[in-house]
Design a protein around this ligand. Structure first.
Ligand code: P6P
Length: 332
């Protein structure tokens, strides 16, 4: 089954819409193909020219994350369903008026257009993360920050694109998680991972242990627990510095991803609105759990567009084990 056929077949699950979801996912599908094409060429930078320089055709070469940002904003703008976009690449949110010059579209999208982009230079997979809400301000009135600062449990859809050994779109509208793999020869996405769920057990922990000395004591204790020769442990450590790839692998094989607060990032490094909320939505839809070590990510009331949060996400029992270690100590 193709992504297009899947959307039509499941359109009625998206309780708000008469086709808006199709147009929204279709715009993401198109932008993903455009970005994928550029990401796959990145290795030819010497020929194509470094970002900020001109390539051999004399064209201005854009940084890929700027390029990805523009590609998603452009396709989302042209689909007449989104009234506002917030992006990691934009200081403030962008208002999008319909063709009639009004703000009468229903949805806002928050996006990390190219997460992990520093990995491109070393040919490691990167991703795009997106989160969709219905606006809370009246249709036809200007979009406000309130439309974006909604708790993650109000998301109507969320997903990621992973530009890896193959390009996949993985998304949910609240009825489970489905993964679609691009056939580059045809430019078509096919349902390759129906109803993705965490396996019953997980044996992978993903954390940048280089920051160990700065971790909260509870996380230090949990990491030692993962490494202890006992029961089904030691677990395997797998961390490639790309949130989408690390979470995707753990969702398929079972595991936990942790980015705690550190001395360098006292509130954690990951952004709540366009990294942690969408990933937490997907993780929960796949039967897992996502918290900041204490609180469910999807219950956090946002106060700023680019606010950060500590993040612990993966198999439910693994996250609860980590939270049990965190609970032994007062919250920093
Ligand atoms: P560190 C990429 O910059 C990112 O936002 C996530 O994709 C990734 O998991 C994390 O940061 C890596 O951060 O500090 O371990 O390099």
């Amino acid at each position: 089954m193709t992504l297009g056929e899947f959307i039509i077949e499941n359109q009625n699950e998206f309780k708000y819409s008469s086709g808006e979801l199709s147009r929204l996912i279709n715009s993401i599908r198109l932008a993903a193909k455009v970005v994928n094409h550029e990401v796959n060429k990145a290795g030819l930078v010497d020929i194509l020219g470094e970002a900020g320089e001109t390539n051999i055709q004399g064209e201005d070469q854009q940084k890929l994350d700027v390029y990805a940002n523009e590609a998603f904003i452009k396709t989302l703008t042209n689909r007449e369903i989104v009234c506002g976009i917030a992006s990691e690449e934009e200081d403030d949110f962008i208002t999008i008026k319909g063709r009639n010059g009004k703000n009468d579209n229903k949805y806002v999208v928050l996006i990390d257009p190219l997460d992990g982009s520093s990995n491109i230079d070393v040919n490691v997979s990167v991703g795009t993360i997106f989160s969709v809400f219905r606006r809370v301000t009246p249709e036809g009135t200007p979009v406000t920050l309130e439309d974006f600062l909604q708790p993650g449990h109000k998301q109507v859809a969320a997903g990621y694109i992973i530009y890896g050994t193959s390009t996949m779109i993985v998304y949910s509208t609240g009825h489970g998680v489905n993964g679609f793999t691009l056939n580059p020869a045809l430019g078509t996405y096919y349902l390759s991972h129906p109803n993705m769920e965490f396996p019953a057990t997980g044996h992978i922990y993903s954390v940048n242990e280089g920051n160990y000395v700065h971790f909260p004591q509870g996380i230090k204790d949990y990491i030692k627990f993962c490494q202890k020769e006992e029961e089904d442990r030691p677990y395997t450590s797998r961390y490639i510095g790309s949130l989408v790839s690390d979470v995707h692998r753990n969702m398929v094989k079972g595991g936990i991803y942790i980015y705690p607060n550190t001395a360098k990032d006292p509130s954690g490094k990951l952004r709540l609105l366009y990294e942690c909320n969408p990933m937490a939505f997907l993780i929960e839809q796949a039967g897992g759990k996502a918290s900041d070590g204490y609180r469910r990510i999807l219950d956090i009331e946002p106060t700023e567009l680019h606010q950060r949060t500590p993040f612990v996400g993966g198999n439910k029992y693994m996250v609860e084990q980590a939270e049990a270690f965190m609970a032994k100590y007062p919250r920093a």
